[in-house]
Design a protein around this ligand. Structure first.
Ligand code: PLP
Ligand code: MN
Length: 333
């Protein structure tokens, strides 16, 4: 039987509030209309949700894995996909390019340029390190890498530089200042590289990064409590629905454990309760008002991306009513 109401769901289950989701999508589409935003699908891994982002005007997407690119292309959302990540075996992407999908990959080394060329990719961006100790070439090497890509017959669309170390920087003046420093590195690299794209940014910097010409935010659509602690106009649309399975005088326990939650940003929250700790299949919390065995609770994850990746489906709801079941179809690799 297809569940019609949230109290018919097997828990734990991922719940998305349709009104809050749409409000987040509309707010971002107003701030960064059309191609100013290249939504990152790694946050939701769901082509049905990506379709909603397409419908509010964003037709290019950012992906983190080959699987995400492949799933987006197969879902008819392959107009302009950027794999914002280094990959060495790109054979599955080459096939998609032959089928007519527009796929651009990030490169930061001679090896990744060769991999793109060998797999039949046509377009790349040069990934530049702008301060996050992760991928990206040194800004001064970007021009040489672009030349190498062009000599391999690849079209260089521009530069990418993800300032991930600044997403949570505070206060806002400090964030703006440090983002400007990061983007100066990217713009200097862009002078040597050329191309139309200067792609960067995320949910934490979308409002201050005025140097990139497209922003790769993803978390804004569903949100999490880590980003919820910032002064940004997005609501917590995602929760993990759980059932209270045991009650003691000083605490209660629900069936949303760390195997249903991304925990790397800390404990989740439960409105009206203090979360004590999570174990594999349990969350122990101290409710302000008494709860009973069988009650439903909404657990708000601290980190959206790894939470969603643990679940097979998102249930889109209006109050207690289930509107749609969306498969988390971009999971896996
Ligand atoms: N771009 C890249 C390359 C990323 O890895 C991320 C997140 O980690 C983002 C953009 C932005 O995502 P978010 O919306 O979570 O800030
Ligand atoms: Mn994240």
């Amino acid at each position: 039987m297809t569940p019609q109401r949230t109290d018919q769901l097997q828990t734990p289950a991922l719940i998305v509030d349709n009104d809050l989701l749409q409000q987040n999508l509309d707010t971002m589409a107003t701030a960064l209309p059309g191609a100013r935003l290249r939504p990152h699908v790694k946050a939701h891994k769901c082509t049905a949700l990506a379709r909603r982002q397409y419908d509010v005007g964003h037709h290019g997407f950012t992906c983190a894995t080959i699987r995400e690119v492949e799933g987006m292309a197969k879902a008819g959302l392959g107009e302009d996909l950027l794999l914002a990540n280094e990959v060495l075996d790109m054979s599955r992407l080459g096939v998609l390019v032959t089928e007519g999908h527009r796929i651009t990959v990030a490169v930061d080394s001679a090896q990744t340029v060769k991999a793109a060329h060998d797999a039949g990719l046509r377009e790349v961006v040069v990934d530049v390190n702008v301060g996050l100790p992760r991928c990206g070439c040194a800004p001064e090497d970007a021009g040489t890498l672009a030349d190498l890509a062009r000599s391999n017959g690849l079209h260089v669309r521009g530069v990418m530089g993800y300032e991930g170390h600044l997403m949570m920087a505070e206060p806002i003046a400090e964030k703006r200042h440090r983002t400007e420093e990061s983007m100066e590195l990217l713009l200097r690299a862009h002078e040597d590289v050329g191309g139309e794209l200067v792609t960067a940014g995320g949910t934490g910097t979308y409002a201050v990064n005025t140097w990139a010409n497209e922003i790769q935010a993803g978390s804004y659509a569903l949100m999490d409590t880590a980003y919820g602690s910032l002064d940004i106009p997005f609501a917590q649309a995602l929760s993990v629905l759980g059932t209270v399975i045991s009650v003691s005088p000083k605490w209660a326990v629900a069936d949303v454990g760390l195997k249903a939650l991304g925990m790397d940003h800390g404990n989740p929250s439960i409105p009206g309760a203090r979360v004590l700790f999570c174990s594999d299949e349990h969350i122990t919390f101290a409710p302000e008002e008494p709860v009973s065995v069988g009650d439903l609770v909404h657990v708000l994850p601290a980190h959206v991306d790894p939470t969603v990746a643990l679940h097979e489906a998102l249930y889109l709801v209006h109050g207690d009513e289930i509107l749609e079941r969306w498969t988390v179809d971009l999971r896996g690799w």
